[in-house]
Design a protein around this ligand. Structure first.
Ligand code: DGY
Length: 348
């Protein structure tokens, strides 16, 4: 699909993206916008090289693509100056390779913070109240009357939420769980989450002054402390060499037998084979997963586990957010072509 065919700058989007604002922004600035409408979900490096062709000023790409040496070399050969990932994660982008070929890279932080945190909260609730199991039960026509023990789950109020990685998304999730469900908080991060801490402190004071139970919170000195103490644990680290299989057989064994684990970060942060085994051995342990180790696949056995809620990487999938991500991605590429500052430049 081609917009503004006579535009001076050739910008490619490897996928159709929501909304039209991003297209209009590019057109207004004299870009020819080419959108790949290939049916195949995941484009290979060869597919993208073919799209780039001989002349390309910038590319908007997706987290399913492997932006390494080969693609940045091809983009640079075609005169390309900019690449933007339509994602906040950078794990599919080799920033050193981009630097080597003089291609600026950007991402789309900020607009997906609350949306992603809301999905982590939804998975926490779905797992604790067994919503998916109960839905399947209803649809199967198995409900034949109210019973005191039917789909009994956990009350979040007064339990402890554990956040691993208290950056933008982890902190937004923590606020939702503390304020919305009156959970206590324990978090682990290499850095102090100052804004989150100010919030929980002030909120605790507010509850106290209303004669309500205050919120307890603490910054853990190790990840294990969170795993040991929390009832609901949500993972929000970036994926890199240090966080690969952060949750493994040993760390799973450290968690409470009835804990809930939520992952809306990246699949390889969790050793999925170990997780399936743990779910089998511990029927009261529950998990809510938005991401998987080898997307789009799930490890054998996971789909059969009643104590797992699984959704297809939809954490940022709200209309407002996806349109915002597309707009930021367009601005990133445009910014470099036109010499404006760009968002989320990892070199800054
Ligand atoms: C991201 O932006 O990194 C998300 O995973 C996409 O939803």
């Amino acid at each position: 699909e081609v917009w503004n065919p006579n535009g001076k700058y050739r910008v490619i989007s490897t996928k159709p993206m929501p909304g039209t604002r991003w297209i209009n922004l590019l057109i207004e600035q004299d870009c020819r916008v080419e959108i790949c409408t290939e049916k195949k979900t995941i484009l290979s490096v060869e597919d993208i090289i073919a799209l780039i062709g001989n002349k390309c000023d910038g590319v908007i790409g997706q987290l399913t693509e492997d932006w390494g040496d080969t693609l940045f070399a091809a983009l640079s050969r075609a005169g390309g100056k900019a690449f933007s990932n339509m994602a906040v994660g950078y794990n599919n982008v080799d920033v050193n390779a981009a630097n080597k070929y003089g291609v600026a890279v950007g991402n789309t932080p900020g607009v997906l913070t609350e949306t992603t945190a809301e999905l982590a909260a939804s998975l926490s609730l779905a797992a604790s109240r067994r919503i998916v199991e109960a839905d399947e039960f209803m649809r199967a026509g198995l409900y034949d009357g109210w019973l005191p023990h039917l789909f009994v789950g956990n009350l979040l109020k007064g339990q402890t939420v554990g956040v691993i990685g208290a950056g933008r998304i982890g902190s937004a999730y923590a606020r939702m769980m503390v304020e919305g469900f009156k959970m206590n908080l324990i978090y682990y991060d290499l850095y102090q989450a100052t804004r989150l801490e100010k919030f929980v402190t002030a909120y605790g004071e507010f509850l106290k002054s209303n004669g309500e139970q205050p919120v307890y919170w603490k910054r853990a000195s190790s990840m294990d402390e969170v795993l040991r103490e929390a009832d609901v644990i949500s993972l929000h680290p970036v994926l890199d060499k240090t966080t690969y299989h952060l949750i493994n057989k040993e760390s799973l064994a450290t968690m409470k037998k009835e804990a809930i684990l939520v992952n809306c970060s990246r699949g390889p942060v969790v050793d999925e084979v170990a997780l399936v085994e743990h779910l089998k051995q511990n029927p009261m342990f529950r998990v809510g997963l938005d991401v998987f180790e080898d997307e789009p696949f799930m490890k054998p056995g996971l789909a059969e586990m009643k104590n797992a809620v699984v959704v297809p990487h939809i954490a940022s999938a709200s209309k407002w957010t996806r349109e915002g991500m597309a707009t930021l991605a367009a601005l990133n590429v445009l910014g470099k072509i036109k010499g404006y500052p760009i968002w989320g430049d990892p070199n800054q």
